[in-house]
Design a protein around this ligand. Sequence first.
Ligand code: PLP
Length: 380
Amino acid sequence: MTRSAIYLDHNASAPLLPEARAAMLAALDLVGNPSSVHGHGRALRNLIETGRDQVARLAGAERKQVVFTGSATEAITQAIVGGAKALKVERIVISAGEHAAVGKAAEATGLPVVVVGLDADGVIRTDEIAVALQQDGIALVAVHAVNNETGVVQPLAKIEALVGPTPHYLFIDAVQALGKLDLDFAARPADMMALSAHKIGGPVGIGALLVKSHADTVRLIPGGGQEQGRRGGTESASLVAGFGAAAEAFAQHYDAALVAKLTFELMYRLRELNGDLVVFGEKAQRVGNVVDFAVPGLKNAVAMMGLDLMGISVSSGSACSSGKVGPSHVLAAMGVAPELSDCALRASLGWNSTEEDVSAFLSGFEQVLDRHRRRQGQAA
Ligand code: PLP
């Protein structure tokens, strides 16, 4: 991407890492089907198994636990829709802060869906999970590790302590946590976990479901037996190679302390520009790359348009697939008033963010604020 444009939307999709690009280009020059037993096929199979090792390492999983899918959304759907059937689940427990991929998959099971709340800081109400687990029938609990809008880190250890000793199952949407938290999939009590390549500088179009052996029959696409029968369809060696290379190289590019420093500076200086600034989830533990904020009265659609004209990309709390700015169900669950939620903007930094990006964003936002103040003055 061009560096003249300011991209602060890593939570939507991170720019491709150079290692991922190189690995994909090299794989694109190979011909064959990774299931073929001849040399051409074996070369592609080799790339896929290397990619599997690389992804497994970053997620703390065993290689045999990694199933490649077409996206995290597909992995989530496999875990929830496929899991409901294979594991004889009778109800799904999700939180009110889940990504639509989780909410829609829960709905698609046709089973009763129990939705537990978030507190005012955006943290999942574990007391409500405890209550939900007491009802009759096997439950599949599906929760996220890190919120894509607020960056709030969820109390997974607490949730696992509740679900682990019971016959219920636990699925974790770890899309926004990969590379930022130690996931340690193999060692933790969770049964399944979903990952996405493009949030860590890998390609769009590939995700992974991590699955423990007792849940190995969880299927969505049976097909031709690929991925040990766990996900049919000829594997894309270039996408797997890109995901694997990104997983291996991410830590060299993503300096968590630097990203957190830049993000904190952005938040601090925003508050200097406007004392009324609200930061959502501010009191909770958060990953250090995102600020979800609002200036009361300044609508996010207006602010985003102004910033976009200056070549600065941030996000509203939630972007609908239609490209329109929609109300945030996460902020609603936190008890944020709709008028304030309409003002929510998310700046998310990542592996290639710089001090210059932060300064350019702040000077752009200052202009947006000036215009807003002038409009308010005219209206008064
Ligand atoms: N879960 C979370 C928390 C996300 O942030 C996203 C993407 O924004 C997804 C799931 C879906 O990921 P994918 O685009 O790979 O389907």
